[in-house]
Design a protein around this ligand. Sequence first.
Ligand code: G3H
Ligand code: 13P
Ligand code: ZN
Length: 311
Amino acid sequence: MPLVTTKEMFQKAYEGGYAVGAFNVNNMEIIQGITEAAKDLNAPLILQVSAGARKYANHTYLTKLVEAAVIETGLPIALHLDHGSDFELCKSCIDGGFTSVMIDGSHHAYEDNVALTKKVVEYAHAHGVTVEGELGQLAGIEDDVNVSAEDASFTKPEQVQDFVTRTGVDSLAIAIGTSHGAYKFKPGQKPQLRFDILEEVANRLPGFPIVLHGASSVVPEFVAMINRFGGEMPDAIGIPEEMLRQSAQMAVCKINIDSDLRLAMTAAIRKHFAENPTHFDPRQYLAPARDAIKGMVAHKIKTVLGCEGKA
Ligand code: G3H
Ligand code: 13P
Ligand code: ZN
């Protein structure tokens, strides 16, 4: 099976009350770890590439590695641009074989977001590619943009119908309290999501796939492991997994996870060097790092996404 768009996988996810995991990829071991877990559990998959990942690993290397994963697994996999900032970047990814792109105009004024998103949709749809737009702003860090909690703003449900109709987007990322990175809530603050906003958005857009960014749970076991082996992340807090599961049973069809993979990989590498300081062959620490990614993704598929057996 060749790379697929998100169209059919979202339709099935919506109807089935589950979500597809969108995992950020930066190198071969990350791609292998994610896709091996999905293959074992027969789960659909979105592999997403940020502008930073594309700069780090090169467009051709990443697309060829993902094509290799498609051959190796036979799974329905979408290759998606994460947080496309402008038309040119989206066009370059569409021309270069991606099957899905995000145009993130959420930091622009509403009408500018509509105009930019519509332009990307027109080009993408003419090339058989699906598009994710965004309304509302998350807190946290993505590439070099750092949005503080004070500047973040929840999605306004009264805007979503107009935005989707005028732009023609295939899915919509919304802000309901998730945020990027490993520090999503202040110490002592009770983690919570605005399910009332999600519900109102879903009511206004029946059958339409919603996306959650910033959806790592910052799994405590891995934070503890990083801290045990010389890291300092005592205040890292993520989104409780049961809340993500609940959103997947509602209109959320795509859940973005990056920080949890970073934590799993880094914890495994820290552990390796703490226990084997003289083992310097990169395969000796990248193999356990890949296994940690695989374990994390298997855990997400079973516990958070609910997409086991849905490929
Ligand atoms: O939302 C951002 C993703 O975690 C990608 O992060 O821009 O550092 O590659 P990055
Ligand atoms: P996390 O930082 O919570 O993993 O979010 C990743 C993300 O939203 C990528 O677009
Ligand atoms: Zn994101």
